[in-house]
Structures are given as structure tokens and as C-alpha cells.
Design a protein around this ligand. Sequence first.
Ligand SMILES: Nc1ncnc2c1ncn2[C@@H]1O[C@H](COP(=O)(O)OP(=O)(O)O)[C@@H](O)[C@H]1O
Ligand SMILES: [Mg+2]
Length: 160
Amino acid sequence: MSIGFTTRAAEQTVRAGELLAGVVRPCDVIALTGDLGAGKTHLVQGVARGLGVAEPVTSPTFNLLVVHPGALPLYHFDLYRLERAEELDDIGFAEALESGGVAVIEWGDKFPAELPADRLVVRIRVGEGDERRFELVPSGPRSEALADDWLAACQEAGLR
Ligand SMILES: Nc1ncnc2c1ncn2[C@@H]1O[C@H](COP(=O)(O)OP(=O)(O)O)[C@@H](O)[C@H]1O
Ligand SMILES: [Mg+2]
């Protein structure tokens, strides 16, 4: 059985991201998977809103990483154009994940071996129309707690 929730409008996905920001801790790593247009960037925009990030958040496709100052620093990765795992060294991937911020990684399933063992994978599937199904796949004690807290917040907000 998979745990997760469904959104039915883009703004609901932003809201879900905002709720995620309410339960994250320093050094949390969240890997987003899902096709182009699934809603990965919208989710990150919500995280940014929840962390009080002032600047706009767009897909960092041409930078691979954009750091946004907030209540916790938001490390927004987009690995779409990344071809080799070695390139992750050039952008300081491992260091960034350990630096005390919150890392959210679009196309985070591309190089799973480069991710920490305990990370929250969020699989986004496109449904009918504006429906998006979010499946949470934790892989250790911290990401399990994070998934539980996030789900509880989503359910309280009426997302199921
Ligand atoms: N429930 C939903 N959640 C998120 N985006 C949605 C939803 N329904 C429709 N959309 C649309 O899908 C697109 C998602 O874009 P984006 O967040 O950039 O996706 P990705 O980063 O996964 O490529 C936007 O055009 C948005 O308006
Ligand atoms: Mg995107």
C-alpha cells in the first residue's frame, strides 16, 4: 500500500509544499520524481513560500542548483540536464546536502546512488485533468518521520 495524497489544482500542490516546509529540519533531502509538467516545481515553490523565501522560484534547469535564503536555506536542484554522476561533484552536491539547509531535487531519481540513504522520495503521477497523485517513499528513520508529519499536515488541510 502506498502512502500519499492527491491535489486537484496547481495551487493545492503549492499548498502541499508549504505544509512540507512546516515540518522539515536542517539537512532533510527530498527527491522528486515525475514527468515534465507533473508539478515538481510547483511543490518547490510551496516549500519556498513556507520557508519565507522572498525571491521567485523557477526551474533551475540551466544552473542545476539555485540556493534560496529562507528560514532554512532552500537548495533547489534540477538534474534534468545532468548527464553524468561526476557532474554532481562540480556543483558541490554532497556538500550542499550536508550543509544544514533543505534540499529538494527535481528529477531526483536520476542518480539514486548519489543520494543519502535516508531521503524522502516523492513520486508524482499525473491523473485526470489537474489531478496529481503524490506518493511518499521514505527510506530511513528521519524520512519516515518527515513523511508522517507531512501527511498529517496535509490531511489536516483536507488533502487526501
Ligand atoms: N494539481 C496540480 N499540481 C501541480 N501542477 C498542476 C496541477 N494541475 C495542473 N498543473 C499544471 O501542471 C504544470 C506543472 O508544472 P511544473 O510545476 O513546472 O512541473 P515540473 O516541474 O514537474 O515539470 C503547470 O502548468 C501547472 O499549472
Ligand atoms: Mg520543474
